[in-house]
Design a protein around this ligand. Structure first.
Ligand code: HEC
Length: 175
C-alpha cells in the first residue's frame, strides 16, 4: 500500500507543471554556479560574460545560445577547431593564439590567449606578418572532463540567460 502511494505521488509529481518549473529553475542555478566558478578546468566566466558576470574575452554567448539547440551548443563548447582565434605572428617574431577585439585607424587590439587570464595586447596592423588557422590553442572545456549532466546544466543556464525562459535540458538531448 505504502509503495503504491509513493508510486502515485511520484507519477503525479512528474506530470506536475509546477515541479517541472522548479526543476528548470534549479538547473539554471546549478549552471550559473558552474559557469562562474566551476572547479574543473577554467570557469567559463574567465573568458565569457553573461548577465554581467565574467570577462568578455571570447564571443558573446547570448547570440548563439539564443538560436541553437542544446546539441549544437554542446558541440560548439567542445569544439576542437576555432573560427575567431588565430595564430598571430608579429614582425618581432612573436607568435601567439590571438582573438581580435577591435580594429581602428591601423591599430588592432587582441586578446593573447597564450596567457591566463588572457592578456589584451595592442599592435599596429603593420606589425602583423600573418594570421593563420590556430592549431595551438584549445577551448578549455574540451579537456575539462565535464559530465553530461554538468554540460546540460551549463547549457540550460546559457539558454535561460539568453532567451529569458528556463526549460530543463537533459543529458540525452546533448547526444
Ligand atoms: C580561456 C578562455 C575561455 C574559457 C575558459 C571558455 N571559453 Fe568559450 N570561447 C573562448 C574563445 C576565445 C572562443 C572563440 C573560439 C573560436 O575562435 O571559435 C570561445 C567560444 C565559445 C563558444 C562559441 C561561441 C560562438 O559564437 O561561436 C561557446 C558556446 C563557448 N565558448 C562556451 C563556453 C563555455 C560554456 C565555457 C565554460 C564551460 C567556456 N566557453 C570557457 C574562450 C574561452
Amino acid at each position: 500500500m505504502k509503495r503504491t502511494l509513493i508510486f502515485v505521488a511520484g507519477a503525479t509529481l512528474a506530470f506536475c507543471p509546477m515541479v517541472k518549473a522548479q526543476d528548470a529553475a534549479a538547473q539554471v542555478e546549478r549552471g550559473r554556479q558552474l559557469f562562474a566558478r566551476v572547479t574543473k578546468g577554467t570557469a567559463c566566466a574567465s573568458c565569457h560574460s553573461m548577465e554581467g558576470v565574467g570577462t568578455a574575452v571570447g564571443p558573446d554567448l547570448k547570440k548563439l545560445a539564443g538560436v541553437i539547440g542544446p546539441r549544437g551548443l554542446a558541440t560548439t563548447i567542445q569544439m576542437t577547431m576555432t573560427c575567431y582565434v588565430q595564430e598571430v605572428t608579429l614582425k618581432s617574431g612573436r607568435t601567439f593564439p590571438g582573438m581580435e577585439k577591435s580594429k581602428a585607424n591601423g591599430v588592432v587590439e587582441m586578446w593573447d590567449l597564450s596567457k591566463f587570464p588572457a592578456n589584451l595586447v595592442t599592435v599596429k596592423e603593420s606589425e602583423i606578418v600573418s594570421q593563420k588557422t590556430n592549431s595551438t590553442w584549445g577551448h578549455p572545456p574540451t579537456k575539462a572532463g565535464y559530465t553530461d549532466q554538468e554540460l546540460a546544466d551549463i547549457i540550460g543556464y546559457l539558454k535561460a540567460a539568453s532567451t529569458g525562459t528556463a526549460k530543463t535540458v537533459t543529458p540525452e538531448e546533448l547526444q
